[in-house]
Design a binder for this molecule. Sequence first.
Ligand SMILES: [Zn+2]
Length: 188
Amino acid sequence: MPTTRTRSNTSRPPRAAKPVAPAPLHVVRESTIQGRGVFARTAIAKGTRIIEYTGEQVSHAEADRRYDDAAMQRHHTFLFTLTSRIVVDGFVGGSDARFINHSCDPNCEAVIDKREIWIEATRDIPEGTELAYDYGYVRDGTETAADERHYACHCGAANCRGTILAPKDPELPAEHHAKARHTDHVVG
Ligand SMILES: [Zn+2]
């Protein structure tokens, strides 16, 4: 399997989203999930585009060259698959979206619209709530027990599936398993 993983791409068409608010809707601070997290600076309505996930656009091969999850204590990259050819490396010039943690019971989702990745609220989010989306790291079917441990989830959600990897669901179309690598790099 690839040595690194990217956050998964959503295959659903983007919904009509509200315009991005002029002032930031988020703030970065320490998270109880892991490292730094991103929190709602104000109440955020369902469907709001909160922040764009930006960074340097590189090839999958370059992303693999840059990061080796297997050699890391935890999954610690900031990669998000945009297309089958392009990975966005949020560590290089990326927005605060790279700090958004994974949750198995998320209040946001990542939507790709015209080659842009946007984090959108899937619920009404109260002020002060940590933002999260489901990373759904791509599986390629060769995951070992060590891989499963490496990507274990501790999000604390009642419905936590126990892994940051995508659910094992053979019924899902291939796009759901599109390359996705991510990890929250080591932050202070
Ligand atoms: Zn979880």
